[in-house]
Design a protein around this ligand. Structure first.
Ligand SMILES: NC(=O)c1ccc[n+]([C@@H]2O[C@H](COP(=O)([O-])OP(=O)(O)OC[C@H]3O[C@@H](n4cnc5c(N)ncnc54)[C@H](OP(=O)(O)O)[C@@H]3O)[C@@H](O)[C@H]2O)c1
Length: 287
């Protein structure tokens, strides 16, 4: 198999590392948009190439000989990117990909790590892959447009993995939530959040490649958790002062709970089914 991973950030890199034992039978190409990362990625791949996926010649070059492509893109930089930035990264890249398909007869399989944010609000109800996304305006809508571009590619195997929020080494929750200790926050914190460990994001991608999954698959753990519970448990575990929720009106007080049934039906077994398997974070399980 010739595989190209476009975007080797947190998830793309985890996938590349996971696939190392399968080389050299697997010919792996990794991409980065920056010269500084070429050296870091070189030991992990047969080929490391600079590629901005919105640029036709660069994208064609990295996809020309491959059978499978995994798009793990996200806007660059630590600052919050607005919807236009999202549009450029996702919609422009997939528009570029679609325009190149006639020149890519060997490309059979296209995978994309999308986001559960496409679901929008469902007043706390359960949603699954059959639920029509209603993301509202903004980032979620751009991601939904991006999915639709890929879904319209009929002549290849396309799989969209809708990831929950990522956690794992380097993105551990306690460190990220510590800064909230003792603060007042608007709202009640009652909206549900969904998490996935980076090992499971990469594991599901590998399973999708091997199993030739198609369509949409939610990749979240078994534990939708309300924001206030997530924060309270993390701060309490760290011996820090709780957040005081001010209880004002919120636009989406409940959010939605996302089912991962299809992921399991496809045979994937989560390595990290809950945030804390020791029970500190145990919460309502999926029905
Ligand atoms: N982070 C989350 O919690 C979360 C939640 C839900 C879904 N997701 C989805 O998961 C995917 C991966 O997330 P992540 O956290 O691994 O992202 P990340 O660490 O920010 O990595 C994204 C990579 O995309 C590359 N990139 C950016 N613009 C590009 C372009 N125009 N062309 C080619 N490559 C480009 C960058 O490469 P270089 O820096 O090497 O140039 C960067 O390393 C995203 O698609 C995101 O939608 C993430």
């Amino acid at each position: 198999m010739n595989l190209t991973i476009i975007g080797c950030g947190y998830v793309g890199l985890a996938l590349a590392q996971r696939l190392q034992p399968r080389r050299p039978q697997l010919r792996l190409t990794l991409t980065t948009t920056s010269n500084e990362r070429l050296e870091e990625l070189t030991p992990l791949a047969d080929r490391v190439q600079r590629c901005d996926a919105t640029e036709r010649t660069q994208l064609l070059e990295v996809l020309r000989d491959c059978n499978s492509a995994v798009f793990c893109l996200a806007p660059k930089g630590n600052r919050q990117v607005d919807a236009n930035g999202y549009h450029h990264t996702f919609v422009d890249s997939f528009t570029c990909l679609k325009s190149l398909l006639p020149q890519l007869p060997n490309l059979r399989q296209i995978l994309y790590t999308g986001s559960c944010s496409v679901y929008g609000d469902a007043q706390g109800d359960w949603v699954d892959e059959q639920t029509t996304p209603e993301p509202g305006a903004g980032h979620g809508d751009v991601l939904w447009q991006s999915e639709q571009l890929l879904n319209a590619i009929c002549e290849r195997q396309v799989c969209i993995l809708r990831l929950g929020a990522l956690h794992g080494p380097g993105r551990d929750l306690d460190r990220r939530l510590r800064g909230l200790a003792g603060l007042e926050r608007p709202g009640s914190g009652s909206s549900f959040s969904h998490w996935i460990h980076v090992d499971d994001a990469a594991g599901a991608l590998e399973a999708a490649l091997d199993g030739e999954w198609t369509g949409v698959v939610n990749v979240v753990n078994d534990e939708p958790i309300r924001l206030r519970d997530l924060v309270a448990r993390s701060l309490s575990r760290q011996g820090l002062a709780p957040v005081r929720w001010l209880g004002e009106q919120e636009p989406h007080p409940e959010g939605r709970r996302i089912r991962n049934r299809r992921l399991k039906q496809l045979g994937y077994r989560l390595q990290h089914p809950t945030l804390d398997q020791s029970g500190v974070f145990s919460s309502s399980q999926m029905p």
